[in-house]
Design a protein around this ligand. Sequence first.
Ligand code: SF4
Ligand code: SF4
Length: 448
Amino acid sequence: MEFFSLLSENKTYLNCVHCGKCLPVCPSYNIGFNEFLSPRGRVRIVLTDYTDSIPLRAGKVRESMSACLLCGRCEKVCPNDVNIVELVINEKIKLEEFSNKSFSSGKLALNILKNKREILLKTALKIANIPLVKKLSGRNSPMPEGKSFIGSRDLIFNADTSLEKQPSQFQALKNGKAMRKSAVEDSKNIFKVGYFSGCVFNGIYPQISVDTVTSLTKNGVEVFVPKMQGCCGLPFISSGDLKSFKELAVNNALAFKGKKLDYIVTSCASCSYSINKLYPKYFNENDENYTEILDFSKKLISIWSFFNELKKHGFEIKKGKLNNETEAVFHIPCHLSNMPDFKPASAYEKLIGEPGLIADKIEGLKLKPLKYNYCCGNGGMFNVRHYDLSKKITKRKFEEIKEAAPQEILTSCSGCIFSLKDQSGILKHSQSIPVNHLIGIYARSLRS
Ligand code: SF4
Ligand code: SF4
């Protein structure tokens, strides 16, 4: 069985000495201090499960594994390099294989995502936003912002300012015509990149995709956006659905194949985690599109790493200016990672890592530090399946945000934006704090 061959490759759980160094950083453990929901508890469960010395009920195992946010915070502090995330994912795959549960709200959400039924997704979100539904469910889903970003055909955006010159950005993005021949016909694009939007920045917050493309084209970069791309697959593998994850991965890799791109850029930390870290782990030489998957995974970098690459190549990143001075905090997503050779130089780079380069380019932006940089509580499908736990973690996050008293909350991940916008029951409506992607405020400063 495929699962057991996966498990045999990850024996790091045998290195766990139960020292507990991972406990203080684990968001699921810190909510109720339940050892079952801790990293070392999960190791213990898996060990017990495979040795069969004390048979555990599948329900208990499932509960513990599904309440893991796959944030990877435990791995960053573990002295013995125990790979908890992989362990939990493998366990979920096994549980899914033995599951005969044909319906759940999580499965429904996954099916909508997989089939790219954006109208269905948006309708579901709209229904979830009806006050009575919100009250009955106790949830507060953020509203979708507008039309989808990805077009019905491949789009190319040239290095210019034409995105702002269009009467309707989304219309221009849809027809793609005005983009092909830019206002700056003779501009020399310094790089040609692909843009991987991810499903949330396509269907729910498409403005962030527009802002990402704007930031790139205004820095002289040509951007290719294939119509064939879809979800990165993270919600699927984090639900144990390895088959769908692999199907989506192949679809994405083929969408960018053979386009002679210098890089493929994403503005979502979770998408880059999925593509950079998980694609190579869950494919092997026996998979039909193994080479394409590896090429795609190697070429994809975060928008912040890409701007740092530009800087390394000697290009000056454009400065922008905000109309009004803004004090903000930057929530560092659990899945955001810097390039291995990144050396923070400026104060903002020391504070938030690679995104600090862009924060430095925004005149009028003042970043305030967050004391602990807790997890936001999203965890992808964790937010769907364990909404109450997720909300408790978000509430804790807002303790440090309230202390910093920012005018805006900035971040760099679709899941984090989703949870940070869900402020009902945490802040009074009159005190709500706008949430944006850092690339959004950068694009705003370039337009000012
Ligand atoms: S820090 Fe590592 S070795 Fe220590 S309990 Fe956690 S997983 Fe085990
Ligand atoms: S990945 Fe995150 S939620 Fe899961 S065990 Fe590690 S720290 Fe806890």
